[in-house]
Design a protein around this ligand. Structure first.
Ligand code: 13P
Ligand code: SF4
Length: 341
């Protein structure tokens, strides 16, 4: 951590006071999080953005998170990213053309579907979801949002993360036979009307490259190396692994699990490495924390103290995240339905 940079950032924060809000996702480095007003998971940060009165919000995370902040704030508030090229590859795995095509296919089958969209998606997909009566979700509330849709007698069309979709259905006790995968690279998702008949949850075939790194063999090795350890993973991890481990949850839920662990225990964590490293350091006098496997998100790592200071000094236009105004009303509906549930 360069002290000059740290001091310069803090001096600008002091000068701006409450007119500036810096939000930091749990996967950011400790050097960046040291300057955040709030650190949280996707849900907590969306809530903070929605409640904020700050004139400028700086989002240290990835692009879809900053887009959600822009959607949830007023037109007078501005949202910036230290590095706007920090995207989430999963969010680009569902484009609106493909999704509209899938939606008309589902409507043609005559069943009553409701979309549920993971916040790791573009503003266009959120607008589609808002327009068609659906809701957003995050990894900490996905089963609750699925239940909201199912309780209305609807079938859930979930996108874009195949794994969060299948894990959330399983959390609600929905058998695998009542789930199916929409393969967006195939006509009609590779599905026939017959195959959809008993399906209650249909999931898009997107994924997080960081969390699909974890394998059954990694869990077996961890059990052998640390037989008394509890293992917890993020629900973007494939279902075979989630079903073998002790717990799963969003980044905030993983942090709470660690905080609640008895002194002297060993935990193995399967999520982005930056967070696991930080937890191991914070709790080193009380717990032994191991990585299920190293898996860095290169996009989360694009934000650093240098580019944070650069925007705070110059506020370049290219760093402002601005969702087209035509998309805002529907995308806002999609996010606000989630925040209200
Ligand atoms: P959380 O909502 O759990 O923080 O997850 C965001 C994310 O991108 C996980 O890969
Ligand atoms: Fe996207 Fe995965 Fe990185 Fe999260 S960890 S931002 S889902 S690529």
């Amino acid at each position: 951590m360069t002290t000059d940079t740290t001091h310069s950032i803090e001096a600008i924060r002091k000068e701006w006071g409450t007119r500036l809000l810096i939000l930091g996702h749990h996967y950011q480095s400790p050097a960046v999080l040291a300057h955040a007003d709030v650190t949280g998971d996707s849900l907590e940060l969306a809530r903070m953005a929605a409640a904020s009165q700050a004139a400028r919000i700086v989002f240290c995370g990835v692009h879809f998170m900053a887009e959600s902040a822009d959607i949830l704030t007023t037109p007078a508030q501005q949202v910036f990213m230290p590095e706007p090229g920090a995207g989430c590859p999963m969010a680009t795995m569902a484009d609106d053309y493909q999704v509209e095509k899938a939606w008309s296919f589902l409507k043609r089958q005559g069943d009553d579907w409701l979309p549920v969209v993971y916040v790791n998606s573009t503003a266009r997909i959120k607008a589609f979801c808002g327009r068609t009566g659906g809701s957003a979700c995050t990894s900490s509330n996905a089963p609750r949002i699925f239940k909201w849709a199912l309780d209305q007698g609807k079938k859930v069309f979930f996108l874009p993360d195949i794994h969060l979709g299948l894990n959330s259905a399983h959390d609600l006790g929905i058998p695998d036979e009542q789930t199916a995968i929409y393969d967006y690279q195939k006509p009609d998702g590779g599905l026939t009307p017959e195959a959809l008949k008993d399906v209650r949850v249909l999931v898009w075939g997107g994924y997080c490259p960081i969390h699909v790194n974890f394998t059954v063999a990694d869990v077996q090795a961890a059990r052998q190396n640390w037989p008394d350890a509890k293992i917890i993973v993020h629900p973007e991890t494939p279902k075979e692994i989630v079903r073998m481990v002790d717990a799963h949850g969003s980044t905030a839920q993983i942090i709470h699990y660690v905080q609640a662990a008895p002194d002297g225990s060993t935990l193995v964590i399967g999520t982005e490495s930056q967070l696991v490293k930080r937890l191991a350091e914070v709790h080193k006098n009380r717990l032994t924390i191991k990585m299920l496997k190293g898996s860095f998100c290169p996009n989360m790592a694009k934000t650093n103290q240098q580019n944070l200071l650069r925007i705070l000094k110059d506020w370049p236009d290219r760093n402002q995240v601005k969702v087209p105004s035509a998309l805002i009303p529907d995308a806002k509906l999609c996010l606000e339905r989630m925040l209200a549930l």
